[in-house]
Design a protein around this ligand. Structure first.
Ligand SMILES: CC(C)[C@H](C(=O)O)[C@@H](O)C(=O)O
Ligand code: SF4
Length: 467
């Protein structure tokens, strides 16, 4: 048998049909659904009198539009559009009999946090969702990627997806990370090297000692941003940490089924002599705590660097860099650590898990914030409950953070948590596009520990100075 990558293995195991031109039909194991990209898909089913083919493999949760304030049961705080989308999901989940975690359920949260938490996401699966950050689930060695609304309808109706195979890309992070350097710094640094188009046409497998050393939470952070590097999906081969994370989760297999699953999962790795179409290698020790300065995730630098000038870039990027600098209101040559910020946002499917909250709380313990506002938005109700149990919520509140309910929140301006024009935010999310957190808002992406450090000093800060 010819050697295969992990991606090849999962692909082959799910291939239902291959046409002469290479167009394939893949079987889908898990379909995650949120309120933004599903209303027309369910409407399409209704109009053609179809049902959901595999309701037991279809999981829905509202996340993007939901307010995160404690009074959110009072829908007054929602816009009309938001209310309509959430109400549609409530109705569709009920009408079509799929698994559902409504706003009132403690398990509600960001779809990419709820899936793994509930044991829906497992190694070797194909996982899709009408959402680009479905890449997150690749941390389990699942082939997971975003799909469009018409594809959501196709998967609902058939539990299959039409796909063309991507190429194989290996991103290896060798050796150990230095203190203060996290999964977020890895994934941002990779995009700094490859650019936002470097992964286009590829499925990335992240590997190497620094990746193996990461917790499952950290691995999810890394895979979450594969899409920002242009890749179709990001993957990490499952290992003992993956199996331990999955075992005992509500929807993970049990007993003999667990043993059978485990036997298959243990075959899920890239063979030694598998073919890679592209390879990128970074040394773990070279990665620094990083922040973005511009309006693309590739605009990333170590916190010790200065704001670049447009002339530092070549060709096509000069104009984009100038536009970014203007939008961000930054002067070339300014040390990044001199940039004052107004707001801190800790949350999102990139960094809204318990380990992220622990990392931020460790920096904040006994300190007070020096910014106008700061909020922690746990990625799910269960993350929130655990953080309360561990005393993290008290640390945040005593520091001056707002302690919110779960949702996408200020990751994107689809709910009441938004930046005002010109407001500058240290954010743990994954996109720093113009207007992403609110019209005219300015986003600097970083790790939870770095965001906590920024909250204390009121400016972008090297977390290593606080450790
Ligand atoms: C709203 C949704 C379709 C979108 C996505 O696909 O990623 C959102 O989650 C985002 O992060 O921009
Ligand atoms: S938290 Fe942000 S990136 Fe993640 S699904 Fe929600 S809006 Fe998209």
């Amino acid at each position: 048998m010819s050697p295969k990558t992990l991606y090849d293995k999962i692909w082959d195991a799910h291939l239902a049909h291959e046409a002469d031109d290479g167009t394939c039909l893949l079987y889908i194991d898990r379909h995650l659904v949120h309120e933004v990209t599903s209303p027309q898909a369910f409407e399409g089913l209704r109009m053609t009198g179809r049902t959901v083919h595999a309701p037991d493999k279809t999981i829905a949760v509202p996340d993007h539009n939901v307010p995160t304030t404690l009074d959110r049961a009072n829908a007054e705080t929602m816009t009309e559009d938001s209310r309509i989308q959430v109400a549609a999901l409530d109705k569709n989940a009920k009408d079509f009999g799929i698994h559902y975690y409504p706003v009132s359920d403690v398990r509600q949260g960001i779809v990419h946090i709820v899936g793994p938490e509930q044991g829906w996401t497992l190694p070797g699966m194909t996982v899709v969702c009408g959402d680009s950050h479905t890449a997150t689930h690749g941390a389990f060695g699942a082939l997971a990627h975003g799909i469009g609304t018409s594809e959501v309808e196709h998967v609902l109706a058939t539990q299959t997806l039409i796909q063309k195979k991507s190429k194989n890309m290996k991103v290896e992070i060798t050796g150990k990370l230095r203190p203060g350097v996290t999964a977020k710094d890895i994934t941002m640094s990779v995009i700094g090297v490859t650019g936002t188009a470097g992964g286009t046409g590829y499925v990335i497998e992240y590997c190497g000692e620094a990746i193996r050393d990461l917790s499952m939470e950290g691995r999810m952070t890394v895979c979450n941003m594969a899409i920002e590097g242009g890749a179709r999906a990001g993957l990490i081969a499952p290992d003992e940490k993956t199996f331990a994370y999955c075992q005992g989760r509500p929807h993970a297999p049990k007993g003999a089924q667990w043993e059978a699953a485990l036997a298959w999962w243990k075959t899920l790795y890239s063979d030694d002599d598998a073919h890679w179409d592209k390879v990128v290698t970074l040394k773990g020790e070279d990665i620094a705590p990083s922040v973005t300065w511009g309006t693309s995730p590739e605009d990333v630098l170590p916190i010790t660097a200065n704001v670049p000038a447009a002339s530092d870039f070549n060709g096509g990027k000069v104009g984009a860099a100038q536009r970014s600098l203007d939008y961000m209101g930054l002067t070339p040559g300014t040390p990044l650590s001199d940039i004052a910020i107004d707001t801190v946002f800790i949350g999102s499917c990139t960094n809204g898990r318990i380990e992220d909250l622990r990392a931020a709380a460790a920096i904040l313990k006994g300190k007070k914030i020096a910014v106008k506002r700061a909020m922690v938005v746990p990625g799910s109700g269960l993350v929130r409950a655990q953080a309360e149990e561990e005393g993290l919520a008290d640390i945040f509140k005593e520091a001056g953070f707002e302690w919110r309910l779960a949702g996408c929140s200020m990751c994107l301006a689809m709910n009441p948590d938004q930046l005002a024009p010109g407001e500058r935010c240290a954010a743990t999310s994954n996109r720093n596009f113009e207007g992403r957190q609110g019209r005219g808002g300015r986003t600097h992406l970083m790790s939870p520990a770095m965001a906590a450090a920024a909250a204390i000093t009121g400016k972008l800060t090297d977390v290593r100075e606080m450790m």
